[in-house]
Design a binder for this molecule. Structure first.
Ligand code: C5P
Length: 247
């Protein structure tokens, strides 16, 4: 499938723009629209460990679709336009800000290893961290003054990144709570439209957030792959099934 209709316009997939760890992105005949394809691929350690996992692309695509739709209804401006197949979507072409915004409700992952904190310690206020998006540099931590000095974003944009991440946290935390899932932490990315407006970008899936079953404490996210503790698609399908009951 290389042709779809979006708002009465024929959209054609054109050249490969970017190959990510779990997605490929193509340009289209409309310069304002990109075509995203989710791969059956899982990576850890910034791409150093890689594995094919059948069905993962479709699960991530559908979960991301449901979560972006939900956030759109709640007023969070984002790049998502349309789901066009089990594994593909159209998004607004943005100038991506090379900053990953990590939000943490509970201590886990690198927060535990860096600060020797007991896992799952409640973090109040919400911890927000910025990382410089660079595979070559292993996405190093970056602070506000470094971001400003390197012209990666303006101080107004930084304030917006924090505010929108906090809003997304409140919305997703409440949504997952309804279905017995704890939102431990997550990573967001943002970009600018042609007119300079900030939009939430990338994907929203268990590849980018830690989710645990509230009753059992079991991981339902990419930690299953990182820790070789089982079949990631079982956890992801569980997340999807529960989301489908409420959105
Ligand atoms: O590894 P760390 O504990 O810093 O990860 C925090 C959160 O950000 C996790 O949910 C993880 O999946 C996500 N993350 C991500 N992409 C990265 C780094 C972290 O999605 N490059």
């Amino acid at each position: 499938m290389v042709n779809v209709t979006y708002q009465n316009q024929n959209i054609k997939q054109e050249s490969l723009k970017y190959t990510g760890k779990a997605k490929t992105v193509y340009t289209t005949n409309d310069p304002d629209i990109l075509w995203v394809h989710y791969l059956d691929q899982a990576t850890a350690l910034n791409g150093k460990v890689k594995e094919t996992i059948t069905g993962k692309g479709a699960l991530n695509s559908e979960i991301s679709h449901l979560l972006f739709d939900y956030l759109t209804r709640k007023g969070i401006e984002n790049h998502y336009l349309k789901k066009i197949s089990a594994t593909d979507e159209l998004v607004t072409a943005l100038d991506i800000i090379p900053i990953e915004v990590v939000s943490r409700n509970y201590a886990s992952g690198h927060f535990v290893s860096k600060y020797a904190v007991t896992p799952m310690t409640k973090l109040e206020p919400l911890v927000q961290e910025f990382y410089f998006k660079s595979d070559a540099l292993d996405d190093p931590f970056i602070n506000d003054s470094q971001i400003l000095a390197l012209n990666l974003a303006t101080s107004e944009e930084l304030a917006q990144l924090r505010r929108v991440s906090q809003d997304v946290n409140q919305l997703l935390h409440a949504l997952f709570e309804q279905i017995g899932i704890g939102l431990v932490d997550f990573k967001l990315e943002f970009g600018r439209t042609a007119t300079g407006d900030l939009r939430l970008a990338d994907e929203l899936s268990p590849d980018n957030m830690r989710l645990i079953d509230t009753l059992s404490g079991k991981s339902l996210d990419k930690d299953i792959f990182r820790q070789h503790s089982g079949d990631v698609t079982v956890g992801y399908r569980d997340v999807l099934n529960r989301l489908q009951q409420v959105i």
